[in-house]
Write a protein that binds this ligand. Structure first.
Ligand code: PMT
Length: 408
């Protein structure tokens, strides 16, 4: 969602202003165009030149510029922007926006943003100031308006030495909030609740050992990020992983297949789409040793029992949901994948030959075939997992459209 989006960053005068520079740099790396409006107070902390260099655009500060970039600058900037992000938003700026005051360029731009565009406020201030009834009332007042969104400040040590709520979240988190807000406002998956599973499950052998697999979670997390950026509500059920969870997802961490099974079945009635990228252990030790197994014998036999097939059960209980499975194969990819579509009652399957370089486990790219239940195969080239995720979601939308047309 960030690519080619026009993001107007309003910067007001707080110590957290340094994070705005990093945020702008990250937004530009994602392909967004950024313009900056600073308050006069903000220019006391950082010279506008630095914001101009980072954003690669002129920086607007005052209503009374002798040579403004645009005539009626506050109106033109509001027309230009797809979103206004105020980071950091001081108590003063929040108050002005809540009460419709327009005594400087930033507050005038905010007033000129039409209700058809989102405004995201990222307040950052001392925790007592943030807790003050006046500030809280102002934020409540703004949140009543449909196009206003607020990123809660984080807790921690503040510049004034106080420990509490008031820190501006880290730039990567802010970027994810902006992406999700744009998705919520402009995305083609708004109104859909998508359940994504990611990473591998672990089956305990004893208190310190387990049976697992090489799934890193990259594929499933890419699907979750892509769905959020297109406006979906996302529940992400994840096995152990080093991947960082998207801030806007409802994340449920699990270890074993049984835990993933329970979490999926509980969430299932509430979701519209399931995308099962997780690599689920098909077998688990029949008995889990209570104590660490000692290496006293030359041979150790482990008896395994079959795990429940989560996707098969979801397929059996399917009502309105679009069900998408993955197939990780090393041979006869099409044959095995097609068999899984039938067995698990899927709408389509994402088949990857995990023996191919650049595909499957623990790499940043994948090479997949999307196969629908009529047997039609769409072969994709090697793409990043983020790109694969978007192609999967495009197909979900196509199937949804077909289902709606059939019902008519
Ligand atoms: O996480 P990464 O490192 O990015 O790797 C990505 C991936 C290789 C794990 C991913 O692209 C992938 O192929 N995921 C599916 C792995 C798998 O378990 O495939 P399968 O063919 O064994 O299972 C078929 C489908 O049934 C899968 O959607 C699986 O989630 C599901 N399943 C399998 C067994 C089981 N007991 N319950 C299930 O729900």
């Amino acid at each position: 969602m960030l690519k080619n989006k026009k993001i107007l960053v309003g910067v007001s005068g707080g110590i957290a202003i340094y994070k705005a520079l990093d945020l702008i740099s990250r937004l530009r790396k994602q392909g967004a165009e950024v313009r900056v409006v600073m308050t006069e107070h903000a220019t006391k902390f950082i010279n506008p030149t630095l914001f101009r260099e980072i954003s690669c655009n002129p920086v607007a500060v005052t209503l009374w510029d002798e040579q403004p970039e645009f005539y009626a600058e506050h109106i033109k900037l509001a027309e230009w922007a797809d979103i206004l992000v105020v980071a950091p938003a001081t108590a003063n700026v929040v108050g002005k926006m809540a009460h419709g005051l327009a005594d400087d360029l930033l507050s005038s731009v905010a007033l000129a943003i039409p209700v058809t565009k989102p405004i995201l406020l990222c307040p950052a201030m001392n925790s007592n100031m943030y807790a003050n009834v006046a500030v809280q009332d102002n934020l409540d007042e703004l949140l009543v308006r449909e196009n206003y969104f607020v990123v809660e400040p984080a807790e921690g040590v503040l510049a004034c030495g106080t420990v509490g709520l008031g820190r501006l979240p880290e730039p990567q988190e802010l970027l994810e909030h902006i992406d999700a807000t744009l998705g919520e406002w402009y995305g083609d998956l708004v109104g859909r609740h998508i359940l994504v599973t990611a990473s591998g499950t672990r089956e305990a052998i004893d208190p310190v050992r387990y049976i697992g697999n090489k799934s890193s979670g990259k594929m499933g997390f890419a699907v979750a990020r892509a769905a959020l950026s297109r406006g979906a509500l996302v529940t992400l059920i994840a096995g152990p992983t080093k991947e960082v969870a998207p801030v806007e997802a409802n994340v449920i961490n699990v270890q074993s297949t049984q835990e993933m099974y329970d979490a999926c079945l509980e969430a299932y009635p509430k979701v519209d789409v399931v995308i099962k990228a997780a690599a689920v252990a098909d077998y688990a030790p029949a008995k889990v040793a209570k104590e660490k197994i000692k290496k006293n014998n030359e041979k150790l036999d482990l008896t395994l029992k079959k795990n429940p097939d989560i996707l098969k059960e979801l397929g059996r209980q399917k009502k309105k949901q679009i069900l998408v499975g993955f197939a990780a194969e090393t041979t006869k990819v099409l044959e095995y994948a097609k068999k899984k579509i039938k067995e698990k009652n899927l709408d389509f399957i994402v088949a990857n030959d995990v023996s191919q370089p650049g595909a499957g486990f623990d790499v940043n790219t994948n090479i997949v075939k999307l196969i629908d239940k009529a047997g039609k195969v769409e072969e994709l080239p090697q793409l990043t997992k983020d790109e694969v995720a978007h192609r999967i979601l495009d197909k979900v939308l196509k199937i949804e459209k077909q289902n709606v047309s059939r019902k008519k």
